[in-house]
Every structure is written in structure tokens, then in C-alpha cells.
Design a protein around this ligand. Structure first.
Ligand SMILES: C[S@@+](CC[C@H](N)C(=O)[O-])C[C@H]1O[C@@H](n2cnc3c(N)ncnc32)[C@H](O)[C@@H]1O
Length: 235
């Protein structure tokens, strides 16, 4: 690399770092840190934000995708799981965030289960709500960058049948983002809390779509942000 190019890159990294030091991002990071016991120190969370800002500066990800999955990324960084199990992939934004965190942790793998929806008009769930998630055939997870795929297994099928294959597999982090009906969320949360070890993390999208997350995680340390939530299994 020429000296001029190296100086330009250093400038970009510094610029992004300054942005990532803003109060707003630090506040969001500290919410995640408080799920742990002892809480993850702000300085450590800031180091994680710096690491993420480097991917941004080098064009390995985009600000929009990082911002919408910041807490999920930090949760995985802080928990340092060996085995993340995720339901609901669609284009793969959350999978990419989890995989990026595993890469930065330099450990762990991700299995993602998705039942692709072939109908562009969406699919009606058990609560009668229409889920408009759709990706072109065979393109599930298309947003997951090639360089992050070596820790990833994508399984296509119904979580209701496939989860059971992972009982006893050592899952220590579970992320729900598949069907958000009450019966399905209750099934997945009940299953996950039944297999997660003490200290394992249950995280979920759309916790406001049904009372299931509130019911299943009551009494556990938990945090909320946007329409997502996470709980630490202390049982
Ligand atoms: C909201 S999208 C997932 C978005 C993704 N997590 C992200 O952040 O980019 C929900 C996905 O769950 C899938 N899905 C719905 N019901 C499912 C089931 N029973 N088992 C597995 N996947 C399911 C849908 O087809 C869709 O791809």
C-alpha cells in the first residue's frame, strides 16, 4: 500500500471512530452491557464499537446494517457463545451481524433455520397476521458476506420440526426472528429456555408482537431495545 493510501485509510478510520464515540451509540452499548453480571465495562464496549467501526471504514459492512443490529452484535460479543442458534433468516441481516460478532470474538459458530416463503404476497401466521418476508428462491441469506460464511450453517425447514435436532448440541445463545405468532414464540422460547445452560442468552425480535417474551423471561435479567429483547438464563 502506498503511504498516501495508508494515510487516507487511517483518516477514514479515525473519522468513523469519532462518529462511533457519540453518546447515542455508547448509550445503546451500555444497555447491552447491563445484561451481564458483572456488567460489561463501558471501556470494553467502546473497544467493541471501535472494532466494528473498522469494518465500516474498510467497506466490509454498511452503516445502516450495523446500526439496526448493533445490540445483537454487541450481545454476541459480550456473551462470547460457542454455538448460536437462530430462527428466521430471510435476507440474512441478523445472521450477518451474529457472524461478524463471532468473527471478531474469534470463536463460535452459527446455525440458522429458515422456512423460506415462496409467495411474494406473504404468509399468514397462527395469529392471522400476514408476514411479508420473502426472498427470491434459493437466495435465503443473500446479505451474508462471503468472508463470514465459514462459521455458518443454513438449514431450510420449519423450526417446529428442526429445533429438536439441536437439543444436546451445546447451544448457548438463541435468537428468535421467525414466526412471531403467540403459539410459535411460546414454543421457541419454551424450547430455548429448556436447553440453554445457566448464563445462556435468549434474544428475540418482535417481542412486542405477543406476550410470550414477557411471560417466558419474567424473573430473569433482561433488556429491551426497539422491538427486540434479550434475557440471561439464571435457572
Ligand atoms: C422477519 S424474517 C427474518 C429476518 C432476519 N432475521 C433479518 O434480520 O434479516 C422472518 C423469516 O422467518 C421465516 N419463518 C417463518 N416461519 C418459520 C418457521 N416456522 N420456521 C423457520 N422459519 C420461519 C420466514 O420465512 C422469514 O424468512
Amino acid at each position: 500500500m502506498t503511504a498516501a493510501r495508508s494515510a487516507t485509510l487511517t483518516g477514514i478510520v479515525e473519522q468513523v471512530r469519532r462518529e462511533w464515540e457519540t453518546i447515542e451509540l455508547r448509550r445503546r452499548a451500555n444497555v447491552v452491557g447491563r445484561l451481564f453480571d458483572p456488567p460489561v465495562p463501558p471501556a470494553e464496549l467502546l473497544r467493541m464499537l471501535y472494532r466494528l467501526s473498522q469494518d465500516l471504514a474498510y467497506g466490509l459492512t454498511s452503516p445502516a446494517t450495523i446500526r439496526s443490529n448493533l445490540e445483537l452484535y454487541l450481545l454476541v460479543r459480550c456473551a462470547r457463545p460457542n454455538f448460536v442458534l437462530e430462527t428466521g433468516v430471510n435476507r440474512g441481516w441478523s445472521s450477518a451481524a451474529i457472524l461478524r460478532a463471532l468473527e471478531h470474538n474469534d470463536r463460535g459458530r452459527l446455525v440458522s433455520i429458515d422456512l423460506p416463503n415462496a409467495d411474494p404476497g406473504g404468509r399468514v401466521d397462527a395469529d392471522g397476521m400476514r408476514d411479508f418476508s420473502w426472498v427470491p428462491q434459493d437466495r435465503t441469506g443473500l446479505e451474508v458476506p462471503e468472508h463470514l460464511r465459514h462459521r455458518w450453517t443454513l438449514r431450510l425447514g420449519d423450526a417446529r420440526q428442526m429445533l429438536e435436532e439441536y437439543r444436546g448440541a451445546g447451544v448457548d445463545f438463541f435468537f428468535h426472528d421467525s414466526e412471531h405468532s403467540y403459539p410459535h414464540q411460546a414454543f421457541e422460547f419454551g424450547w430455548a429456555l429448556g436447553i440453554l445452560p445457566r448464563g445462556g442468552i435468549l434474544a428475540s425480535d418482535d417481542v412486542d408482537r405477543s406476550p410470550a417474551f414477557d411471560e417466558f423471561t419474567r424473573g430473569l435479567p433482561r433488556i429491551h431495545w426497539a422491538n427486540r429483547g434479550a434475557a440471561r438464563n439464571t435457572r
